[in-house]
Design a protein around this ligand. Structure first.
Ligand SMILES: *[C@@H]1O[C@H](CO)[C@@H](O)[C@H](O)[C@H]1NC(C)=O
Ligand SMILES: [Zn+2]
Length: 337
């Protein structure tokens, strides 16, 4: 706070305008800390107060705030449908948070190019689901592979896999009941974690008033767009709609200069995994629900969870092309009445 007072517009390659907030600023060429993400959001709320609202929706186990940014076109019309995006369930998936920040940047700063996405819809974005895990994974190179949150889980171990802690199919398939499991501990019961409880509450609010239409959870890696179910080898009713919308995103990406090779398929295609937020969002009433697994490879370079900084900009731009196409179709399929 207090730092983000002056806004300078910087043109990069002539095509991409980002605000350089004096103090912390966002240029999509680095991974931001929890504090820098907070400063970036504060800066946007300060600079674009007519179109941006920040909301504290909860706190993590270590008392970091979970904040959403609600982006509108500022016309004040109530009751618009909502696209909800979250990122960073898994601590080490640093590209996910960065991608969410770039989506925010496109909608807020590059509003003139993207305002068609805001005529009849609001976007609510939670760019950092798991700030404790993320901060831990950044604190030492030995910790970079951390995935879970940081709440003590039992037997002297720490952390729950937040994407196994939701209640649909909780414990099924690829989930662990061992608190010391480094990756997949599901928690003692569904919704034992402050971070998953917070998301549950927001999703229920958005479906109670029938506004939530797209739930999109950004992860890495795999270059896949997944849709329900994840917890069982069953087919959902509107799987064709999911497949079509995911394929529109993939087509748009395929026309970019160095496209990633994406596939769209149900979350259960490789293995089943219960307790995911994607299944939960769908179950409680989001008609469209996806996990977006960002690419782990670029050209010949396989970076998996650890994209080098020099690739960030082209990766986030590619994803925006896909997310934009996805959103266009969501708005077409589920118009605000
Ligand atoms: C979080 O804040 C509460 C209330 O101030 C405090 O009781 C608790 O110990 C804090 N938790 C951690 C992990 O620091
Ligand atoms: Zn993940």
């Amino acid at each position: 706070m207090g730092l983000s007072i002056f806004v300078i517009t910087v043109f990069l390659g002539g095509a991409f305008a980002v605000p350089a907030l004096v103090g912390p600023f966002y240029q999509t060429n680095d991974y931001y800390t929890y504090e820098e993400i907070g400063d970036y959001l504060d800066g946007l709320a300060w600079s674009y107060s007519n179109r941006v609202v920040l909301k504290e929706i909860g706190v993590s186990y270590e008392n970091r705030t979970l904040r959403t940014i609600t982006i509108s076109n500022g016309d004040g019309r109530p009751g618009k449908n909502v696209i909800f995006i979250d990122a960073g369930f898994h601590a080490r998936e640093w590209l996910a948070h960065t991608t969410a920040l770039n989506i925010i940047n496109e909608l807020v700063v590059n509003y003139d190019k993207n305002k068609d996405l805001l005529d009849d819809y609001e976007w609510i974005i939670l760019p950092l689901v798991n700030p404790d895990g993320y901060t831990y994974s950044r604190s030492d190179i030995e910790r970079i592979d951390w995935r879970k949150n940081r709440k003590p889980s039992g037997n002297g171990c720490i952390g729950t896999d937040l994407n196994r802690n939701f209640e649909v199919g909780w414990g099924a398939g690829d989930a662990s009941d061992d608190p010391c499991n480094f990756q997949l501990y599901r928690g003692e019961a569904p919704f034992t974690e402050p971070e998953s409880q917070t998301i549950q509450r927001v999703l229920l609010e958005l479906t109670a008033n029938n506004r939530g239409k797209l739930y999109l959870s950004i992860h890495s890696y795999g270059a896949e767009i997944l849709y329900p179910w994840s917890y069982a080898k069953e087919t959902i009713k509107n799987y064709k709609e999911h497949l079509e919308i995911a394929e529109k995103a993939i087509q748009a990406i395929s026309k970019t200069s160095r496209p990633s090779k994406y596939v769209a398929r149900p979350g259960n295609a490789m293995y089943v995994a219960g307790g995911s937020s994607m299944d939960y969002a769908y179950k409680v009433g989001f008609p469209l629900s996806f996990v977006w697994e960002l690419p782990g490879i670029r050209g010949n370079e396989e970076f998996k969870f650890y994209p080098p900084k020099y690739l960030i900009r082209e990766l986030v731009r590619e994803t925006w092309v896909g997310v934009r196409a996805m959103a266009k179709n969501v708005i077409k399929y589920y118009p605000t009445s």
